[in-house]
Design a protein around this ligand. Structure first.
Ligand SMILES: [Cu+2]
Length: 141
């Protein structure tokens, strides 16, 4: 119990310090990026994760073809993730990206639509990263 308390305190302190470094700069809706289909049929792109943004944050892909995203975190402390949850169940992506790490994910959208991308990390009682502007859009055509 005491360990948990200490951990929570450290997290709060850490977060407070980093929040000061990263003055609030919520991500603006970026220009849509059409991901091109490579010769092997895979749609590849790199997304940069920062506190608190995805760049680019509006991805356009074709339905029925695999999407391979390289998620690169440029943060030094704060962990993020990359979540796409379609309530209808057609698409479900959830990938943690630790500070400074790069992770590659692959998924194939089976239905056209507009799906929100977001980071659901949160250090209670602070607002979630999504609330701080860490969100985007996956547009499947
Ligand atoms: Cu985050």
């Amino acid at each position: 119990m005491q360990l948990i308390h200490i951990f929570a305190t450290i997290c709060l302190l850490t977060s407070a310090g980093v929040t000061i470094v990263h003055a609030a700069e919520p991500s603006q809706p970026g220009p849509p990026v059409v991901i091109s289909v490579a010769e092997d049929g895979v749609q590849r792109a790199t997304v940069t994760l920062d506190s608190y943004s995805y760049t680019p944050n509006h991805l356009i892909v074709e339905v029925g073809k695999p999407v391979e995203l390289t998620l690169t975190s440029v943060t030094t402390i704060i962990p993020h993730n990359f979540v796409i949850k379609d309530p209808a169940g057609n698409l479900s992506v959830e990938q943690d990206v630790s500070a400074g790490k790069t992770v590659t994910i692959t998924f194939t959208p089976t239905q056209p639509g507009i799906f929100p991308i977001y980071c659901d990390k949160r250090l209670w009682p602070l607002p979630s990263h999504r609330d701080k502007g860490m969100e985007g859009t996956l547009e499947v055509r």
